[in-house]
Ligand binder design. Structure first.
Ligand code: 5GP
Length: 204
């Protein structure tokens, strides 16, 4: 029988669009979901916990992981490195779980090249003004960093229109969540990694 793997869902969007809120709620609502925790060289914010939002590691440790092939994808975003640990993701997919990756556009394209059945969802703010307001309210980053993130949002969104399977506007949280849930329900599963290497080709 064909090995049924889980679904691979990529969620991206500009800083302040509400990615973390949406992914957290998704994991609560979906049965059998796994939210990947990335490794990053970015400094830990006071509100964050090591192992919850991210695993905070040094550049040297990050490069060791790249060399060991331990990352499914990685990218430099706003001057820091971010990457998805491969082992946990594989394990969850093999267990038939819905794996959620909250990663940027560069990383998303790497994952899609590896897994063409991955579903790419990009979250959009209702307007640029709301994005700026949400970032200011969140107050996680200082003025210069916030400005840099805001100006990156435009080019990221332009790239997303080209590469993503779905664009979802996060104006009303419940509505956006409903749309994303619907997309996930209809998303294809990832095909078994090496069907052709196994002796079960005639048994699909
Ligand atoms: P933040 O510093 O705001 O938590 O994240 C900055 C950006 O890095 C966001 O666009 C976020 O989606 C992205 N990001 C977080 N983890 C990963 C990862 O593992 N890989 C990639 N490529 N991007 C990531």
């Amino acid at each position: 029988m064909k090995n049924q793997r889980g679904k691979l869902i990529i969620i991206s969007g500009p800083s302040g669009v509400g990615k973390s809120t949406i992914t957290r709620r998704l994991v609560e609502r979906l049965k059998e979901a796994y939210l990947s925790v990335s490794v990053t060289t970015r400094p830990q914010a006071p509100s964050e916990q090591n192992g919850r939002e991210y695993w905070f590691i040094s550049r040297e440790q990050f490069h060791q992981r790249i060399e060991a092939g331990a990352l499914l994808e990685y990218a430099e975003v706003f001057g820091n490195l971010y990457g998805t640990p491969r082992d946990k993701t594989d394990e969850a997919l093999n267990a038939g779980k819905t794996v959620i990756l909250e990663i940027d556009v560069q990383g998303a394209r790497q994952v899609k090249a590896l897994y063409p059945q991955a579903t790419m969802i990009f979250l959009l703010p209702p307007s640029d003004k709301t994005l700026a307001e949400r970032m200011r309210r969140r107050g996680r980053e200082g003025g210069a960093v916030a400005a840099r993130r805001l100006s990156a949002a435009g080019s990221e969104t332009a790239a997303a229109w080209q590469y993503y399977d779905h664009m979802v506007v996060n104006d009303d949280l419940e509505q956006a969540l409903g749309e994303v849930m619907q997309i996930i329900q209809e998303a294809p599963r990832i095909e078994a990694e090496s069907d052709t290497d196994q002796n079960n080709i005639g048994d699909r």
